[in-house]
Design a binder for this molecule. Structure first.
Ligand code: PEP
Ligand code: MN
Length: 332
């Protein structure tokens, strides 16, 4: 249940009510918002004078639900708006990993040349093997900061575990929580305390309900700027890396108020399939795309097979506008 309380009751009273009904209290500009488990459906009449309105739910998709907010939450990615009435599909691009200054400079220049605003590169990589490249860590974050300062790019980078979450929050404009890390409560709770946008990638064995419940951890902790990212789930199919769940995307668009970003790169796993799959993603009418692109994919230190080279990325980008337009969106 979500309860809106009058602002003039004051924060002490709101906190007291929060404690009594075992809820999370968020202070909004014109009200207090208290969220309890969805199993709670009644509120004693002694609170009648404090309450503006209440919302009852059948499951713990609450703050993320269209039943609560019948719109897409508006989120700023640097100077670009997604959600709200924007109908923007933002293209977020960059290499899987930040590998060197030269490499990330090349990526940054490509984005600038193409009029894109948002650079993504991983510094703390959640690798499947302990023997593969684990990312440059803090050194990589500093390189991303340099790209932000030199090129005016908005930076998105991923957090792997709670040990460096504060560092990632400090250096990035948007925090990416990876598919393997989305259940880490240390990360979710730290991301709830900032107001920076948080992009949560769906775990490859995660149901849509569980995915949205992870978002609820961040939302109920006080950060409304949550973006959902579908990046493929594991099915019986082995010829592609994962299976991009476009049915799930339709579900999220219909039932949640959170912006949705699609990641065709990790779903497909192979560069040859990315252009067609990206166009299919754009045709879904989504708030953003996350595409891996590398100056020379053959030497990439992670996800080499799926990264587009610069020419392939440029050619792909040229084809997206008409698809976006056909579904009432624009590529930004
Ligand atoms: C990534 O974005 O490079 C990555 C590791 O993705 P995922 O968390 O979706 O596997
Ligand atoms: Mn990757």
């Amino acid at each position: 249940m979500i309860v809106h309380l009058k602002k003039d009751i004051g924060s002490a009273r709101a906190a007291q009510i929060g404690e009594e009904i075992k809820g999370f209290v968020i202070e909004d500009t014109d009200k207090f918002v208290v969220i309890t488990s969805s199993s709670k459906k009644e509120l004693e009449s002694k609170y009648d004078n404090d309450v503006i309105e209440k919302f009852i739910f059948n499951d713990d998709m609450q703050l993320s639900s269209k039943k609560y907010l019948n719109a897409v939450r508006e989120i700023k990615i640097g100077n670009v708006t997604i959600g709200g009435n924007s109908k923007n599909t933002i293209v977020i691009a960059g290499p899987c990993s930040v590998e060197s200054e030269e490499q990330i400079q090349q990526s940054s220049k490509l984005l600038k040349e193409l009029g894109l605003t948002t650079l993504r590169g991983g510094c703390y990589k959640p690798r499947t093997s302990p023997y593969s490249f684990q990312g440059l860590g803090l050194e990589g974050l500093k390189l991303l900061k340099k790209m932000k300062d030199e090129h005016g790019l908005t930076i998105i980078t991923e957090v792997r575990d709670a040990t460096h979450v504060d560092e990632v929050i400090e250096y990035s404009d948007v925090i990416q929580i990876g598919a393997k890390s989305m259940y880490d409560h240390g990360i979710l709770k730290a991301c709830a305390k900032t107001k920076k946008p948080v992009l949560i990638k769906r775990g490859f064995g995660t149901t849509l309900q569980e995915f949205v419940q992870c978002a609820e951890f961040v939302l109920s902790g006080g950060n409304p700027n949550v973006i959902l990212c579908e990046r493929g789930i594991r099915t019986f199919e082995t010829k592609t890396r994962f299976t991009l769940d476009l049915c799930g995307v339709a579900y999220l668009k219909e039932h949640t108020c959170l912006p949705v970003v699609l990641d065709p790169s990790h779903a497909m796993g192979y560069a040859y399939g990315i252009p067609d799959l990206t166009r299919a993603c754009v045709a879904m009418g989504v708030d953003g795309l996350l595409i891996e692109v590398h100056p020379d994919p053959s030497v990439a230190k992670s996800d080499a097979s799926q990264q587009l080279d610069h020419d392939a990325f440029k050619n792909l980008l040229k084809t997206l506008d008409p698809v976006a337009k056909a579904v009432g969106y624009q590529i930004v």
